[in-house]
Design a protein around this ligand. Structure first.
Ligand SMILES: C[S@@+](CC[C@H](N)C(=O)[O-])C[C@H]1O[C@@H](n2cnc3c(N)ncnc32)[C@H](O)[C@@H]1O
Length: 393
């Protein structure tokens, strides 16, 4: 593909990304793979270049652009080399005409920038939400240890007890250590959220929103594979990805349970009032993970944010029913919006006055409301809100 044809391909990819973001469709990475599935003529260098162009344009646009071309013109505005590729060549984009719409730059839509600012995220804190994310791994203590593990490439220790940071783009998934379950890819912030759970061997822990089990696996390692660890989710395909990961990690203790949305407790009736800890890694807007999914900014609307908050509150109530007297809920979201963090905890404590918020103290981060915040700018991790709530004995 010529450089101009790559720009045109990126424009077409961006059209699909914009459409999916508005309709709540597939993430950008998947759309890019789909795009190339029917375009076999594109080689690996072409694919990489188109992907990089598309993501650079996504990062450069704040609010949802009106079209892929408007998004790419934003990038052309700040990069002369790209502007020169709008040359009207056979497979390239048409020449730029005067007054053509160019997408707006910035961090996100105005309402979202305001909501972040109200949540204390502005200036450098806000800019860092769109930085490139590092590649972090967690050494699985069921099979190895950070002190002794031998890896093919140089690593740097992170502030998580078993965390290592690698060069961006390191092909970790091709390493024997990965295939054999000695390491897992996991952001340091996510590892620290698991540290806040403080799960111990022999306990009963419920991971209520386990997804594909990123945190469940870390909990199994902390529990030394002893006790009860239930991984639950309402999304069957996601939850089904946990079993092979658990097998690789040697985490035989994990039991999965598929939940029925709106009737979650039906499948957990035997656990009511019995859990030492319930982890609520709630579905959220993902404002703390924009470094990895910058198009997530375009998915969020005030309506969707309100729906997330309602679900988060409901999941906290469900968790409260599962916790034994003297037990805890650890609430986690990868969002920096108070609407999905400290506001939810304030609401929970107002609804359950007998419960109390515990102090959270992690090697990185700082207090936010009655919980704890990690952010890309302050901590070099994905953005997280973490709170610990105790039920009286
Ligand atoms: C932030 S993700 C979890 C990520 C996962 N814990 C990890 O560490 O990889 C939130 C999960 O909540 C799930 N979810 C959404 N609604 C739910 C509900 N009502 N009950 C349980 N899980 C739900 C989603 O399917 C999604 O997998």
């Amino acid at each position: 593909m010529t450089p101009a044809a790559r720009v045109q391909a990126a424009i077409e990819v961006l059209d699909a990304v914009i459409e999916a973001a508005i309709a709540g469709g597939a993430p950008a990475d998947r759309l890019i793979s789909d795009y190339f599935r029917t375009r076999r003529y594109a080689g690996s260098k072409d694919r990489r270049a188109v992907r990089d162009l598309a993501f650079a344009a996504i990062r450069a646009c704040g609010p949802v652009p009106s079209s892929g071309r408007a998004a790419m013109l934003r990038l052309a505005d700040i990069d002369e080399a790209i502007a020169s590729l709008f040359d009207g060549s056979v497979h390239g984009p048409a020449a730029i005409s005067q007054g053509e719409p160019v997408a707006d730059g910035g961090i996100a839509a105005h309402w979202l920038v305001d909501a972040l600012a109200t949540s204390g995220v502005e200036g450098e804190e806000a800019d860092a939400l769109l930085d490139r994310a590092p590649l972090d791994i967690r050494v699985n203590t069921l099979k190895s240890d950070r002190e002794t593990i031998a890896l093919p490439e140089e690593t740097a220790r992170t502030h998580a007890p078993q965390g290592l940071r690698l060069r961006h783009g390191t092909p970790v998934e091709q390493w024997d250590a990965f295939r054999d379950g000695l390491i897992e890819i996991q952001d340091t912030g996510s590892q620290l959220a698991c540290l806040a759970v403080a799960a111990a061997p022999g306990e009963t822990v419920i991971d209520l929103c386990a997804g594909a089990g990123g945190k469940t696996l870390a909990l199994a390692a902390a529990m030394e594979n002893r006790g009860t660890l239930l991984a639950c989710d309402t999304d069957r395909p996601r939850l089904s990805r946990l079993a092979p990961r658990a097998e690789r990690a040697g985490a035989g203790m994990i039991e999965t349970r598929l939940l029925n949305p709106q009737r979650e407790l039906d499948a957990l009736a035997d656990c009511v009032g019995r859990a030492d800890t319930v982890v609520v890694d709630a579905p959220c807007s993902g404002t703390g993970t924009w470094r990895r999914n910058p198009e997530a900014r375009w998915r969020l609307t005030p309506d969707r944010l309100e729906r997330y908050a309602l679900t988060q509150q409901r999941l906290l109530d469900i968790a409260a029913a599962l916790v034994r007297p003297g037990g805890r809920i650890v609430y986690v979201t990868c969002s920096l919006l108070d609407a999905e963090g400290s506001d939810r905890i304030d609401q929970f404590l107002a609804d359950h006055p007998e419960w109390s918020a515990d102090a959270v103290d992690l090697p990185l981060g700082r207090v936010r409301g009655k919980g704890w915040r990690l952010s890309p700018f302050h901590d070099g991790t994905d953005g997280f809100f973490i709170a610990s709530l105790s039920r009286p004995c």
